[in-house]
Each structure stands twice: as structure tokens, then as C-alpha cells.
Design a protein around this ligand. Structure first.
Ligand SMILES: *Cc1c(COP(=O)(O)O)cnc(C)c1O
Length: 371
């Protein structure tokens, strides 16, 4: 006799039941069959088409398969030491995670309990909001103002149950950024009342000289926690590795919520190697982005499509049709973009900056679907 089916209505909390699961895209082979395209350019995830720096490639090539049977360093010891030297911080100021995505969960778990909230924006990286919600916490999501975080509104939305503010700098997807002066004055107003996360996933792409040097702001603002990732500029998205840093005492509390061994061995050695010779890599990637930006600006203006191409390795384009329809039409032409309905901006798409030839393919496909 079969036992009764588990009473999911009772077992699953409402905040989990009410949450719409994120559906990742299917693998290339499946999509190519589905959309009848021969090859697929993925311009949806802001990956670096140049791949990882040379030294990281070498380390991966030489990674001994026998090491697969051994657990990696549980807390990415050597990588944290390397990051510490590089940024001039104690290695214990860092927590490395399975992508920056994982450290978002560490932070929310460390600070929020029932009835608490986090504050962020509506058109920014959605994972802050998602993790809060499916963990049972309120996410106060404020509209951007002129494509920028509205600091005043965020301050007004804060209360004594606000534990974490999440800023994305530069912002994905709008490409706007807080200058150091702006960030400092915002942090002055927050006045240490809660944790302020600044997600710098795209900081290596920024060339503006007034971009904040958050490392040297920690002394003044010990409530500041910074996220970075090896997924974007460093071309290691497939290995899943990112990190946070902050004041040692704050990080010591976040560390209590970490699952050790979540960062695999190849990711740790590749990340270390990537840091060791990132100069030429960053220079080359920035150059590619500049060319893509120039090209897109000209073509999109020519097509009369409103667009923003600011900081970061992505652009946003407004279309005279729904973004989900545009997604399907572009997929048939072998181009995957990010539809912006998820960012509460229907009719807009986000496209990753890539090599000139891929940008040309994108523009060709875009012309094809709007005419
Ligand atoms: C891509 C991205 C991340 C996540 O990076 P992973 O390290 O791959 O998890 C975090 N924040 C922003 C804003 C991103 O765009």
C-alpha cells in the first residue's frame, strides 16, 4: 500500500508557495532545435566572449584530474590571501562563494529574521529581492529615478526593521553609477543604521575616475559590504565564483551562515591565476566593449530605437514590440538577449557587448525583426 502524498499545503510556507521559480534557459542544442537556428549567440548573461585571462586558461589546462577526489579548501584560503594582498585587506575580510549569487544569500541569512526587510530598486539585479522573498522577508523595491537608484526614496523607505540596503554599482541593467561623493553622502545619511551592500559585479568595466574606491571606504563606513565576481570581466562564469568583503567584524558574523566547500577547486585556482595577470585581459576586454559601444550607439540611433549604453558590458534597447515577442523572433535568428519584463521594463531588451562581428550579427537580426 502506498503511503499518503505529503501535505504540501501545510509543509510549504506561503512565502515559498507564492514565489515564482526562475526558469533558466535550455542548453544550446535544445534551443537550436526548438528555434531552428544553426548557431546561437548568447547575449543574455553579460558573459565575456574573450573568456578567462591566459594564466587562468593554463591553470585549468593543467589541473590534475586526480584532485577531483579531494575536497577543495573549505574557505578558499589561498584565494582570500591573494585578494587580501591585492586589496590591502586582511584575508578574513573576505568570503568567497559559489558565484556572487551565493554571497547574497549569506548576507540575507546573517542579518534578517522574521518581520525584517531589505531595501533595493525595481530595475536592478533581481536576486536580492528574490532571495529575500523566498526566505520570507519583505523586499522594499523602489523605482529608479532617471535610471538611477533613488537614494532619498531608499532612505525614506527604511525603518528599524530594515537590515540590508542593496545597491548595484554600476547598475545592471541601466548602466548608471554612484560616484564616490554620491555614495559617501548616501552612507552618511544611512549613518550606520543597517548594512549597505554595494554590488560591484561590473566594476572592472568602469573607466570613470570618480567611481568609488570602496576598499578605502571601509574605515569610514564599517557597515559597507562589497560584492565582486569572477563571472563577468574575468570570464569564469561557468566555474561559479564570486566574493564579498567588508569590515572584519561584520564579515565574521556573515561567515556564520556560510556553507563551506561550496566553491570548487578549479574555480579557486583559476580565480587566483586570473588575478595574477589581469592587466592585458582587462585592457583587451575594455577595448572590445568600447568598439561594441560605439558601433551600437551609431546603429541604434540610425534605427531610431531609444537606447542606453553606459557603464558595464551591456546595453538596453527599447523596441516597438513586446520584449518577449522580440526574444522569440531574435532566437529564430540565433541571437539570445535578456527580455526586460523581469526587470519590470516590457518592450526593452538588454544585450551583452561582444566582439564587433557578433554585434553586427545582433544588429542584422534586430533590423530583421523590426522592419
Ligand atoms: C552577474 C551578476 C552577479 C552574479 O554573479 P555570479 O558571481 O555569477 O553569481 C551579481 N550581481 C550582478 C549585478 C550581476 O550582474
Amino acid at each position: 500500500m502506498r503511503i499518503p502524498f505529503p501535505p504540501l499545503d501545510r509543509l510549504v510556507p506561503d512565502h515559498v508557495r507564492g514565489f515564482e521559480a526562475y526558469i533558466p534557459s535550455r542548453p544550446d542544442d535544445v534551443l537550436c532545435r526548438l528555434y531552428r537556428c544553426e548557431r546561437l549567440y548568447r547575449l543574455n548573461n553579460n558573459e565575456n566572449p574573450l573568456g578567462p585571462p591566459e594564466a587562468a586558461r593554463k591553470v585549468l589546462d593543467n589541473w590534475p584530474p586526480s584532485e577531483a577526489s579531494v575536497y577543495p579548501s573549505g574557505d578558499a584560503y589561498h584565494l582570500r590571501c591573494r585578494l587580501g594582498e591585492r586589496l590591502g585587506l586582511d584575508p578574513d575580510c573576505f568570503i568567497v562563494g559559489n558565484g556572487a549569487n551565493e554571497v547574497i544569500a549569506f548576507v540575507i541569512k546573517a542579518f534578517c529574521k522574521e518581520g525584517d526587510n531589505i531595501v533595493t530598486a525595481d530595475r536592478t539585479f533581481a536576486v536580492y529581492e528574490w532571495v529575500a522573498q523566498f526566505s520570507g522577508f519583505e523586499a522594499r523595491v523602489l523605482p529608479l529615478k532617471d535610471d538611477r537608484f533613488d537614494g532619498e526614496a531608499m532612505l525614506a523607505a527604511m525603518d528599524e526593521r530594515t537590515k540590508v540596503l542593496f545597491l548595484c554599482n554600476p547598475n545592471n541593467p541601466t548602466g548608471t553609477y554612484w560616484s564616490e561623493d554620491e555614495l559617501r553622502s548616501f552612507l552618511d545619511s544611512v549613518n550606520g543604521r543597517c548594512i549597505v551592500v554595494v554590488d560591484e559585479a561590473y566594476m572592472e568595466f568602469v573607466e570613470a575616475s570618480d567611481f568609488p574606491r570602496t576598499v578605502s571606504m571601509l574605515d569610514d563606513y564599517p557597515n559597507l559590504v562589497v560584492f565582486r565576481t569572477f563571472s563577468k570581466m574575468y570570464g569564469l562564469a561557468g566555474l561559479r565564483i564570486g566574493y564579498l568583503f567588508g569590515d572584519r567584524r561584520v564579515v565574521d558574523d556573515i561567515r556564520r551562515t556560510c556553507v563551506v566547500y561550496s566553491v570548487n577547486g578549479p574555480a579557486q585556482v583559476a580565480a587566483m591565476a586570473a588575478l595574477s595577470d589581469d592587466g592585458p585581459h582587462i585592457k583587451g576586454t575594455r577595448k572590445m566593449c568600447r568598439k561594441a559601444r560605439e558601433y551600437l550607439l551609431e546603429e541604434l540611433a540610425g534605427m531610431g530605437l531609444p537606447h542606453t549604453v553606459r557603464e558595464g558590458n551591456f546595453a538596453v534597447v527599447s523596441l516597438p514590440m513586446s520584449d518577449t515577442l522580440a526574444y522569440r523572433k531574435l532566437m529564430r535568428r540565433g541571437i539570445m538577449i535578456r527580455s526586460m519584463t523581469g526587470f519590470r521594463a516590457p518592450n526593452q531588451i538588454r544585450v551583452t557587448l561582444s566582439t564587433l562581428s557578433v554585434m553586427e550579427e545582433f544588429v542584422k537580426a534586430l533590423r530583421g525583426i523590426i522592419t
